[in-house]
Design a protein around this ligand. Structure first.
Ligand SMILES: NC(=O)c1ccc[n+]([C@@H]2O[C@H](COP(=O)([O-])OP(=O)(O)OC[C@H]3O[C@@H](n4cnc5c(N)ncnc54)[C@H](O)[C@@H]3O)[C@@H](O)[C@H]2O)c1
Length: 253
């Protein structure tokens, strides 16, 4: 169990990829803060019934006082934060649309949650990590930051911004022993992705993407878990400022 006794905070872990991360790190012995705007009690229940240790926290990552309260609750309960996974994001509610008719509100919400939300968690968690002598930040992004795609200019911009922000933060935080890395995921078969595909009538997109991957099957949330376990563990202690692309070889980055 390579994360035994580590304390990890995973945003957006009520469902989808974040839930798989929370269950995966718990299997490796980590204590887990399940933090989400939605109800994450199902994730907590599954971790605890499997013999693990988890704490439920409601948070809006786009709201600094909410993020500060989440960090405070974590430290009160577990005494430290070894790693955070910034996975919460506006994704499943998006519908592919022309780039020049994206409502300003939708643009702003995407940036507020996906970019500023990650920034706020990095800011509040890193002050604890600095005081304890180090820590690890793992920021979730998308293959769409690499390839560009029609239908989601705001989402693509937000995912690329996460990479730029994370590289700058790796430079800022290295002197405090804090690693900052990014995982970019391919199209993953979560309920959120399936909803987008159904609403947009783009059922053939999965076959097209699988065809373009080196590994010929649809990506599942579980495929991403190993990258998080590795980047949260001591085995990645000298890796920072990097982007790990987990997509079955869709983008050879
Ligand atoms: N599914 C994919 O194909 C894919 C590909 C690349 C990147 N991603 C990214 O991975 C992450 C998870 O994707 P998913 O498919 O599991 O999506 P999802 O919509 O199932 O999960 C997102 C989670 O974030 C939470 N959330 C949303 N706004 C929040 C806020 N303001 N504060 C706190 N929590 C909030 C949601 O409640 C949800 O639990 C997202 O950031 C997404 O952009 C997904």
């Amino acid at each position: 169990m390579i994360l035994r006794d580590k304390v990890g905070l995973i945003t957006g872990s009520a469902q989808g990829i974040g839930r798989a991360y929370a269950l995966g790190v718990a299997r490796e012995g980590s204590k887990v803060v399940v933090a989400d705007l939605a109800d994450g009690s199902g994730t907590v229940k599954d971790i605890v019934s499997g013999g693990g240790d988890a704490l439920l926290v409601r948070v809006d990552v786009g709201d600094e006082s909410s993020v500060a309260a989440m960090i405070e609750t974590t430290v009160e309960h577990y005494g430290r934060i070894d790693y955070v996974v910034n996975n919460a994001g506006v994704y499943g509610s998006l519908t592919p649309q022309d780039w020049d008719s994206i409502p300003t509100d939708e643009w702003n919400t995407t940036m507020r949650v996906d970019v500023h939300g990650q920034y706020l968690v990095c800011k509040n968690a890193s002050s604890i990590m600095k005081a304890q002598g180090g820590g690890k930040i793992i920021n979730m992004s998308s293959f769409l930051a690499h390839v560009g795609a029609e239908g989601g200019v705001h989402y693509g911009a937000s995912q690329a911004a996460i990479i730029g922000m994370s590289r700058a933060l790796a430079r800022e935080l290295g002197k405090f022993g804090i690693n900052v890395n990014v995982v970019t995921s391919g199209l993953t078969m979560t309920d959120a992705s399936l909803g987008i595909i159904e609403r947009s009538g783009m059922s053939s997109v999965v076959d097209k993407i699988v065809d373009a991957q080196c590994l010929k099957r649809p990506q599942q949330s579980e495929d991403l878990v190993g990258s998080i376990v590795f980047l949260a563990s001591k085995y990645s202690d000298f890796i920072t400022g990097q982007v790990l692309n987990v997509d079955g070889g869709l983008v050879l980055y």
